[in-house]
Design a protein around this ligand. Structure first.
Ligand SMILES: Cc1cc2nc3c(=O)[nH]c(=O)nc-3n(C[C@H](O)[C@H](O)[C@H](O)COP(=O)(O)OP(=O)(O)OC[C@H]3O[C@@H](n4cnc5c(N)ncnc54)[C@H](O)[C@@H]3O)c2cc1C
Length: 280
């Protein structure tokens, strides 16, 4: 998959910090200045080349030490298939365990992103091994019908959950439709408020975020609102200005295409493309 037109390159540039760790740290510092934390991801997915997996693990080792050294407020987010899950579950678990141990030493929190539905079981299994460490969180997708059961299981282990709608081409009976996904998001969010202590509402959908804020005036949980770099940043800044905890997902690296195409798909209409190019 390549980025073809100039417009596509320009847009992708809004969503991605740059190619190097220093680029991600620079963006994290800028966010921190506005009272916003970062969640840094090194771009890459579905690696089937062991060398690439090894170099990705090395990159995360450097990243956690850079975060500590530069005093930025930033978590990291790993895609299971960039650290070995597309090759072998054991390899993934070993790499995940290694990175979480190192991150703990450097006082960095580690999120496990959730990818295509075929990887959910193994991602959940790896997280359950690490859950007691307390510096680890996991993403749950409301477009998946199984997610309510997964969330119940995670909450019974006091997991730290980041709730999203889901980004990987939902096709088949295991997925909700778009309106079903939105309804399920609100349902899962209510479960989080009723039974969770600390969790992240990751969405740019103002209806969802404002509903969460209303719920939190009743439940008083430790809630963070999270968005993606380059999308609705004005809203993120407003939330931080109102005293909410806010995080921005900041990807960096050379493998821009897969991540950017998911964002292009979500952009959807020409009106949104134009607004995004103009800085909205
Ligand atoms: C912090 C964070 C982490 C994430 N981690 C994962 C993960 O691990 N796994 C996963 O499957 N998904 C993940 N996602 C992506 C998520 O699943 C959705 O695909 C994405 O957030 C869009 O859904 P939405 O909730 O913003 O709602 P939507 O209904 O898609 O969008 C709501 C509104 O946001 C604006 N908007 C949305 N996308 C764009 C865009 N590209 N450009 C400009 N405006 C836009 C529009 O105004 C739109 O109407 C993550 C999202 C966030 C914010």
């Amino acid at each position: 998959m390549g980025l073809n037109s100039e417009a596509e390159r320009l847009l992708a540039g809004r969503w991605i910090a740059g190619e190097r760790i220093s680029d991600a740290i620079r963006v994290a510092k800028r966010l921190n200045d506005d009272g916003i934390a970062a969640i840094i991801n090194y771009l890459g997915e579905r690696h089937t080349d062991e060398k690439k997996v090894r170099s990705t693990v090395k990159e995360y080792s450097k990243l956690v030490s850079s975060i500590e050294k530069s005093f930025v407020k930033a978590d990291i987010a790993l895609k299971p298939t960039e650290i070995g899950l597309a090759i072998d579950e054991g390899e993934f678990v070993r790499n995940y365990t290694m990175i979480t141990r190192l991150a703990l030493k450097h006082k960095v929190f580690v999120w496990l992103d959730m990818e295509e539905s075929e990887f959910v079981d193994s991602t959940m299994r790896a997280y359950m091994i690490a859950v007691k460490k307390r510096n680890v969180g996991i993403c749950i997708q409301s477009y998946l019908k199984r997610s309510e059961g997964d969330l119940e299981e995670l909450l019974s282990h006091k997991a730290i959950v980041r709730l999203v709608k889901g980004a990987y081409r939902p096709k088949g009976r295991e997925f909700y439709s778009s309106s079903g996904t939105d309804r399920n998001y609100v349902k899962l969010m209510r479960i989080l408020f009723e039974r969770g202590d600390r969790f992240t509402i990751a969405s740019h959908d103002a209806r969802v975020v404002e509903a969460a804020r209303r719920l939190n005036s009743r439940y008083r949980r430790d809630v963070t609102y999270a968005m993606l770099e380059g999308i609705r940043m004005d809203y993120a800044e407003r939330l931080a200005g109102d005293g909410e905890k806010v995080s921005i997902y900041v990807p960096y690296g050379k493998e821009w295409a897969a991540y950017s195409y998911r964002r292009f798909r979500e952009l959807g209409s020409l009106k949104l493309v134009a607004r995004s190019l103009l800085g909205g």
